[in-house]
Write a protein that binds this ligand. Sequence first.
Ligand SMILES: CC(C)(COP(=O)(O)OP(=O)(O)OC[C@H]1O[C@@H](n2cnc3c(N)ncnc32)[C@H](O)[C@@H]1OP(=O)(O)O)[C@@H](O)C(=O)NCCC(=O)NCCS
Length: 331
Amino acid sequence: MERVIIKGVGSYIPECVLSNADLEGMVDTTSEWIVTRTGIESRRICLDTEMASDLGCEAARRALENANISGCDIDLIIVATVTPDMRFPATACIIQEKLGCVDIPCFDVNAVCSGFIYALDVARNFLLNNSKMKNVLVIGTEKMSSIVDWEDRSTCVLFGDGAGAVILSRDVGEDSDAGILDVLVGANGSLGRLLHCPIHESAGPIGVSRTDQNKYFIRMEGREVFKEAIKRMCSVAEDVLLRNNLTIDDIACVIPHQANMRIISAIADRMEIPMEKMFINLQHTGNTSAASIPIAIDEALQNGKIQSEDLILTIAFGAGMTWGAALIRWK
Ligand SMILES: CC(C)(COP(=O)(O)OP(=O)(O)OC[C@H]1O[C@@H](n2cnc3c(N)ncnc32)[C@H](O)[C@@H]1OP(=O)(O)O)[C@@H](O)C(=O)NCCC(=O)NCCS
């Protein structure tokens, strides 16, 4: 029985901490407002010289070490990001060179905060349909600080930088109930206007104003996004459970996209998920978009929240609007 397992996990968040107190000095806000409305206490921010490929590369090195394999063992690199170093080449190609994985295929996926789940699905299908591939590196990496409008208090408090990576491997074993059991993804392009960023230019440091800010930075209708996030994350989670004849009682740990504590609490309420099952690390990361779920998986593992044999449910939501959920039996 062929299956796709997660053989290694790694993450990296930049060293520079931007606290809510720091933001109080930048925009008209208070730490109390940010914590009450979002749950976020601080986030990590890249240095001007650090790019999404640097974060992704470090997360990948950690995942390779965790899987006990080297860059030469990787057959494909997929990077989920909306803050690529450049328009092209793809960030996956830049990371390939840094890791020394010569000549293997590399490409980026853009599904914003759902990007990691999309990339996971693509990687899993590559492995199941191409017997020559054994290991695929999937990375979610973001330098959100480069597209945040640091003069807009309604969005700049929400986002952070970081990267997470997993090594997916084709594995043959008796036990079919192992690894990535199912992935479900979807999108509704008609709601794209609710959260968008027209032009990308990633080199901007904090505090630099651009001539036409509406074009360069994240623009969001927060309340509408909030409602849509809860609706779609609940429905995709329920759908993936239903089509696998599972209920929330079968799940040991839920890893939701780390956007907002109130979104996570509302999902837990609506789906009757005990909060102890919800893994939450947004207090110190903020919303790292495509990096959020792999960083959370890595931290959940390090904190002992995921044990061998546990069934994990990850749920994502992002601009697009996009959404996705994955069921993973941890081995
Ligand atoms: C952004 C968000 C936290 C705002 O919370 P909210 O309760 O919806 O707040 P509102 O946007 O209605 O604003 C309420 C008031 O707070 C103010 N406000 C907004 N940001 C503020 C800040 N950082 N500090 C202080 N006040 C702020 C607004 O100006 C508004 O003031 P007004 O009533 O005088 O007009 C919330 O809408 C949200 O989390 N949305 C989802 C965002 C998200 O997760 N996006 C990524 C999805 S992948």
